[in-house]
Design a protein around this ligand. Structure first.
Ligand code: IMP
Length: 444
């Protein structure tokens, strides 16, 4: 059985922990979009590891982690992560390339992409997106504009130099005359990229072929999404989005696999909502309930894993979650960080929006609508402290079970996993997507 996991909100839902959990059951863990804008925090045996680019399944010994062609790949960031993993003994003295492969067709993030990202954000002032400044958008722009550099190009010096020169021809005009910055030297840039390419050589592979072969041999694969559905470039809160498709369907072009690549899609949601960067957030409580927002941010350590920025806080948005479920074809939900809300008298879930005197049950597409809409809430009882180790649903307090049931009924997707803390042991699995191709049930 193959499984895809995706963020069902605006990112930071806890994908790292879920991928680590399911990673134990997969032979291959593959990323299909985004880049090192992601920040997956894993806590294993009390030790915290933050990964940005390498799939979170890497902490399980012997797994093969794949970086698909749909990812934008920063070689410098990649080697930083490899070094951290090597130092913590993850590869057990073996060469890292035995466990990590990157597609020859992935697009490379070069220093000029990072520079442009930064200059654009600075120039945009109040209108900025609030990007992670990792060069993600500029790299995807080059990909679509057909002037990108492929990972495979790093091994072809003359092609690489020609392509970098071509890409910089236009960019240097922009840098000098639009941003008032220094031009970037193509020869030095290509030489540095070539040096990184030589180091990268043993990691470069035909990821598509590896996955095709894995399918033939029925070896389980986990596809790891990054960011979240509402940051999807087509279906999110455009233009306040990332520059890739974050929905599960992106697995296919992002890894070069067919439409039958996975059997289940697990959408990850927190028991509340967070967002980093600017853009619409209907259930945000920063101004309406600032003390509660502060408390949730503190208890939930809601600060960006990539940029350290404080995350904006809000109630769970059921309308957005339903939208995410439809977009991804979710067959299960993983409910994260419910412990952060423990001890509240009540919790709220948004079930509709009021807009211009009417009630709307769908997620708007026009930015102007977000400025005017008011969330309508269902108020549910809060729950006491949640147990750390849990073996069945009966270990959960009644009020929390009621919350889970409410979400399942509202979104019409079963909750298959509940997390009550960052550690591996603070996880309750209600159904296993790796063992069944039929509809999952939480057993509530
Ligand atoms: P970019 O992906 O760096 O271009 O940033 C675009 C938007 O996506 C900004 O609002 C970022 O804060 C957001 N974003 C990108 N990656 C993540 C993530 O992994 N978690 C949460 N937000 C993200």
């Amino acid at each position: 059985m193959n499984v895809a996991v995706v963020g069902a909100q605006w990112g930071d839902e806890g994908k790292g922990k879920v991928v680590d959990h399911y990673g134990a059951r997969a032979d291959f863990i593959a990323r299909f979009q985004g880049g090192n804008n992601a920040g997956h925090t894993l806590v294993v045996g009390g030790k915290k590891t933050v990964l940005h680019l390498i799939p979170s399944g890497i902490l399980h010994p012997g797994k093969i982690c794949l970086i698909g062609n749909g990812v934008v790949f920063d070689p410098a960031a990649f080697f930083e992560e490899i070094e951290i993993l090597e130092q913590s003994g993850v590869f057990r003295g073996k060469p890292a390339h035995e466990f990590v492969r990157v597609s020859e067709r992935a697009h490379v993030i070069l220093p000029y992409h990072r520079l442009l990202d930064k200059l654009r954000e600075e120039k945009a002032g109040h209108g900025k997106i609030g990007t992670t400044v990792r060069g993600i958008g500029p790299c995807y722009e080059d990909k679509v504009a057909r002037r990108g550099i492929l990972v495979g190009d790093l091994l072809r010096p003359s092609v690489l130099r020609q392509k970098v020169e071509h890409a910089l021809e236009e960019k240097n005009v922009l840098l000098k005359h639009h941003f008032g910055a220094e031009a970037v030297d193509a020869v030095a840039t290509a030489a540095e990229a070539q040096r990184l390419g030589e180091r990268l050589k043993p990691f470069i592979a035909d990821v598509r072929a590896i996955l095709y072969e894995a399918k033939g041999r029925r070896r389980p694969v986990l596809f790891e999404g990054a960011q979240g559905t509402l940051l999807d470039v087509d279906h999110g809160t455009y233009p306040y989005v990332t520059s890739s498709n974050c929905v599960a369907g992106q697995v296919m072009p992002g890894c070069g696999v067919g439409a039958t690549a996975y059997d289940h899609v697990v959408g990850i949601t927190k028991a509340y909502t967070t967002r980093v960067g600017t853009g619409p957030f209907p259930t945000e409580i920063e101004t309406t309930e600032p003390e509660l927002a502060q408390r949730i941010r503190k208890v939930g350590a809601e600060f960006g894993a990539t940029t350290g920025r404080p995350r904006r806080i809000g109630w769970l948005d059921g309308v957005a979650l339903k939208y995410a479920s439809e977009l991804n074809g979710l067959t299960g939900l993983a409910l994260m960080k419910a412990d952060v809300l423990s001890g509240l008298d009540f919790v709220k879930v948004c079930t509709a929006y009021r807009l211009g005197g009417n009630t709307h049950y769908g997620f708007p597409s026009a930015m102007e609508d977000f400025d005017r809409l008011e969330p309508t809430y269902e108020v549910l009882p809060g729950w006491p402290e949640l147990p750390r180790g849990m073996s069945s649903v009966s270990d959960l307090p009644d009020e929390f079970r009621q919350f889970i049931k409410f979400i399942e009924d509202f979104v019409k997707v079963p909750v298959v996993l509940v997390s009550t803390g960052p550690g591996r042991e603070e996880t309750l699995e209600l159904a296993d997507p790796f063992t069944s191709s039929v509809a999952l049930r939480s057993g509530l």
